[in-house]
Design a protein around this ligand. Sequence first.
Ligand SMILES: Nc1ncnc2c1ncn2[C@@H]1O[C@H](COP(=O)(O)OP(=O)(O)OP(=O)(O)O)[C@@H](O)[C@H]1O
Ligand SMILES: [Mg+2]
Length: 232
Amino acid sequence: MLHNIRTGCKTIDEILEGGIPNRKVSLIYGEAETGKTTLAMQCALNCARQKYKTLFVDCDGTFSAQRLSQIALKEFKDISELIILMKPNDFSEQTIVIDRLTDYITKSFGLVVIDTLTSLYRAEIAEYPEKTFNLNRELNRQMACLAQIAKTHKIVVLTTSQVRSVFNEALVSIEPVATRVLRFWADIIIAMKPTENPQIIRAILEKNPKKVLPATCHLKIEETGIHECLIH
Ligand SMILES: Nc1ncnc2c1ncn2[C@@H]1O[C@H](COP(=O)(O)OP(=O)(O)OP(=O)(O)O)[C@@H](O)[C@H]1O
Ligand SMILES: [Mg+2]
């Protein structure tokens, strides 16, 4: 059984004693372009290096094979065979994907990525604000399902969520609910905060079952992926 999946960011992997743990749900959240998808791709790559498959649920339609090849380099061909991509088009398709996860996940799978868990939910609320209550309940149910699958199928579940620094009226009411739901279910939470330099991200391990205190490090987004860097 796979125990952990390294993110490729040294401090985070060290504190997590080897990377994102199995049987748990982890959350990476942050503003746009803070490297959430890149970090999730690195996890898929490190999962493939342990010879386990990844089911990558691309809810944003932003998964790029070209980006993966920049990160995987020579390993790209072998790695890409171990990453299975699914692209739900709306929140009801996302619901179906999550409900049927146990049909797809065999013993050869080590990781399920849901990137971005809240984008189709948000689009649905924007179109049908009167359904907000039911959609919140459905989001909560999906997280509960993921937590259950992580435990019973002994896999790593990694979710991402986008937060916005500037709120519009609709988001003021939905954002806190979605955040509360995700925070409740996630065992590990990594916040990605932009800095003055768009290439440098401050990553904060906010929730971690082993250590209470939040830990911070700086990451640099480059052609080869997202890696730790020292800031003086
Ligand atoms: N080849 C590359 N070389 C350097 N930086 C790159 C390269 N490709 C993408 N980036 C940078 O990576 C960042 C986007 O990363 P990523 O897509 O992982 O962010 P994200 O947090 O998932 O964004 P979103 O919230 O929009 O989904 C951008 O700042 C972009 O400039
Ligand atoms: Mg993304």
